[in-house]
Design a protein around this ligand. Structure first.
Ligand code: ZN
Length: 187
């Protein structure tokens, strides 16, 4: 998240603090608006990513065979390896389900075997309702700085500029240790 946010800030990173903060506020305001409008076009309970994922899982599930136990657990054979699935706890020994919140192919065959709904086993984080909730907080519109309340304090000014000896530094990012100027890694 930090990396993505930092990449967005690239164009204003060298601006004065108020300009910088205002840019972020306006960016987030627009982003929330775009996300809210964008999601209105989505049909169904889950976000499109899940539908795409389930299509992939559907393909993998063809290579699975299962063996149920009365404990409510299943043994699933998949491409020569065996996994243990527990539908009640929403776990599989491949760990994919616990880590991602999306049922793995092993779990999917078990869900189908029980004639249950696949989407009921997808984590709530992937639902449209959760997505809408994430962007429901509005950033209020506000007038420009000319209309801001005067508080009678001394205006903050930039520190006095002092010319340093030598050639001025070029605006370049600091390279990592061992990184060449062309972006290649040294041995
Ligand atoms: Zn699994």
């Amino acid at each position: 998240m930090c990396e993505s946010f930092n990449a967005v800030l690239k164009e204003v990173r060298d601006k004065p603090i108020i300009t910088f903060m205002e840019w972020i506020r306006r960016y987030v305001m627009k982003r929330h608006y775009d996300k809210k409008v964008g999601v209105q076009g989505y049909e169904g309970r889950v976000m499109p990513f899940v539908t795409k994922y389930l299509k992939w899982v559907d393909n993998e599930a063809r290579f699975c065979t299962l063996l149920p136990s009365i404990s409510g657990e299943f043994e699933v054979q998949h491409r020569g390896v065996q996994k243990a699935v527990n539908l009640g706890n929403r776990t599989c020994s491949c760990r994919h389900w616990e880590l991602s919140g999306l049922p793995c192919p092993h779990a999917i065959v078990c869900i189908r075997d029980q004639r249950e709904e696949e989407l009921d086993y997808v984590d709530e984080a992937y639902t449209k309702a959760t997505y809408v909730k994430a962007f429901e907080h509005a950033i209020a519109a506000m007038p420009g700085y000319q209309d801001w309340e005067k508080v009678g304090q001394v205006s903050p000014l930039p520190p006095p500029f002092k010319k340093m000896p030598g050639r001025p530094k070029m605006k370049k990012r600091r390279r990592e240790a061992g990184e060449e100027s062309n972006g290649q890694q040294k041995e």
